[in-house]
Design a protein around this ligand. Structure first.
Ligand SMILES: Nc1ncnc2c1ncn2[C@@H]1O[C@H](COP(=O)(O)OP(=O)(O)OP(=O)(O)O)[C@@H](O)[C@H]1O
Ligand SMILES: [Mg+2]
Length: 245
């Protein structure tokens, strides 16, 4: 059975439908790239999965369990397994990097402090920031902050990681650093949905790509199909615009 099974998902902002009949089946350890024009619903899809925008139709089944978005316990169970990383980091500016990584697991989840610190240090090493645990967020570059944000999401030991434009604010040289981390996680078998405008990276790293437009899934396929041999005219039009610019 798929790790994450999304069926006919719908979501609205007020009366405006922004996700319509979105279905996607994601295998464990799969890295799925999500592309599409601005406003097509990519962020909303990630937000709906974790209930930040309540789905109005359809079902989400994670690891065999249907998520009941109206039920706090069911929603918490889903969120315990899922980390979402946005472009905004929302660090605690008065805490150093290590404290930012450990505060939620220790204070909210009641994890053992010294064990959590050990795990946090291992994750910082993994994202290439072992020497920054005592630094404060404003002492880090954008790319370093983004890597800390990813490490912070991983401290919670998610099975599913949702990444929304995590490289959009970065200098081109820093994009590679963050992408290396993402690719590493994929090799470890974490299931990931990656919304990105970095077509080169999606093409290289994603197992499959979802093309969205106007709140719907237009086409799903391997990168070679979506980028080189799209079956839908809408996908081809989008790709030709991207490639020209
Ligand atoms: N908080 C909100 N309130 C009302 N409408 C919203 C809200 N957030 C997004 N929308 C609308 O929902 C639609 C989908 O937005 P969404 O942010 O999911 O697009 P996106 O594909 O992530 O775009 P981008 O590539 O620009 O990030 C858009 O029409 C947008 O205007
Ligand atoms: Mg978005």
């Amino acid at each position: 059975m798929a790790h994450l099974e999304i069926t006919a998902l719908g979501a609205c902002y007020g009366k405006v439908a922004v996700l319509d009949d979105v279905s996607l089946s994601v295998e464990r350890g799969e890295l799925v790239g999500i592309v599409g024009p601005s406003g097509s619903g990519k962020s909303t899809l990630l937000r709906a999965l974790v209930g930040l925008v309540p789905p109005t139709a359809g079902t989400v089944v994670l690891d065999g369990h249907a998520v009941d978005y109206a039920n706090a316990l069911s929603l918490r169970a889903m969120r315990d397994q899922t980390a979402i990383v946005f472009q905004q980091y929302n660090f605690f500016q008065n805490m150093n990097v290590l404290e930012n990584l450990t505060v939620a697991p220790v204070k909210i989840r009641g994890r053992n402090r010294s064990e959590t610190e050990k795990e946090a240090r291992a994750l910082l090493a993994r994202v290439g920031l072992a020497d920054k645990e005592k630094a404060y967020p404003d002492e880090l570059s954008g790319g370093q902050q983004q890597r800390v944000a990813i490490a912070r999401a991983l401290v919670l030991k998610p099975a599913v990681v949702l990444l929304d434009e995590v490289t959009a604010a970065l200098d081109p040289e820093l994009v590679r650093d963050v992408m290396d981390v993402v690719q590493d996680l994929a090799r470890d078998g974490i299931t990931m949905l990656l919304v990105s405008h970095e077509m080169g990276f999606i093409r290289e790293a994603a197992h499959r790509v979802v093309m969205m437009d106007a709140g719907r899934v237009v086409e799903v396929g391997p990168p070679a199909q979506i980028f080189g041999d799209a079956q839908q005219e809408r996908t081809r039009a989008f790709m030709s615009r991207i490639i020209r610019h």
